[in-house]
Design a binder for this molecule. Sequence first.
Ligand code: M6R
Length: 364
Amino acid sequence: MKNGFPHFMLKEIHEQPDALKNTILPRLSKGLPDFTDDQIPDDVFKDCNQVQIVACGTAMHAGMAARALMEPLLRIPVTVSIASEFRYENPLVDDKTLVIIISQSGETIDTLAALRLAKSYGSRTLSVVNVKGSTIARESDFVLYTHAGPEIAVASTKAYSVQLAALYMVCCRMALVREKYSVAEAEDFMKKLLDSIPAMEAMIEKKDMVKALVTHLINKPDAFFIGRGLDYAFSLEGALKLKEISYIHAEAYAAGELKHGTIALITQEVPVIAIATQENVFLKTISNIREVKARGAFVILLTKESMNVEPGIADIQINIPDIGDRFTVFPIAVVLQLIAYYASVGKNLDVDQPRNLAKSVTVE
Ligand code: M6R
């Protein structure tokens, strides 16, 4: 079952490039995203004036990354809500809102309640779900299945990547039908999305490098993840993964927000995992890294090969291949998952079944 891997989580990390191919390729027609076989007509993407994304945990983090991509491109409000909050909030959604529900299992009770609430407000609902025939899939107006295959480890890995791939394709299709993208721009977007697959493979191959760095984490009570823009959205998932399976207290911060309180916690040798893959905010993040470094933090920098990083900025630097800024989440996710995985292994913990957690949360 584990195909020779010591844990399901490591197996599932390795399965990500194929999971991405299985999710993307059947929906590519002449280089463009096409949801005809999913029976999602283009008017779903055209006839809305806002997008509301609702999910929990890792699925919500996929939504946050998608939001950071969608809103600037589509020029309509794109909001992400935690399902357990949304369901009690009397949310501002209506029949002109496209509500995107994200769930690996399709059974998360709060997410299901949020879906039902959105429907009662007259919103059109599109779910991004991995488990075929699950309740959320059955009750949504439209469903976009991710093809990750069964995910056994409690810590979600491949489901996150394919949720992102599906959401990126939705974003591209929306941009095309709403005339924010020309055909050539949409083709270019999809080409870059496909480039992220070998980039993920490259990071899986570098797993021993990640394994070596966790010695700087496993004896520490806390770790911080920082980034700006899309990198901040990725940081949230990195922190969740580390907490969930290594029990190291981890927090993600928008890098510019540190100086509003959290930097007080940065002292000698506190690990800071800094993600800096976005050209438009790169220098800003580097200056935040200098701030934590000046207070003695141990900095692990995740960046792109092409970024010009001065020597001495970080204690450890891991480079992902040079792919389009908006697509760096795919190789970065692999690195963040491997950090959490090897930290858990290094602490002799139960990687696949962390304490107090279930794979599918069907109680409130
Ligand atoms: O099945 P779902 O995607 O609805 O599950 C949502 C969360 O419970 C899930 O992503 C959880 O956060 C993961 N265990 C994190 O790795």
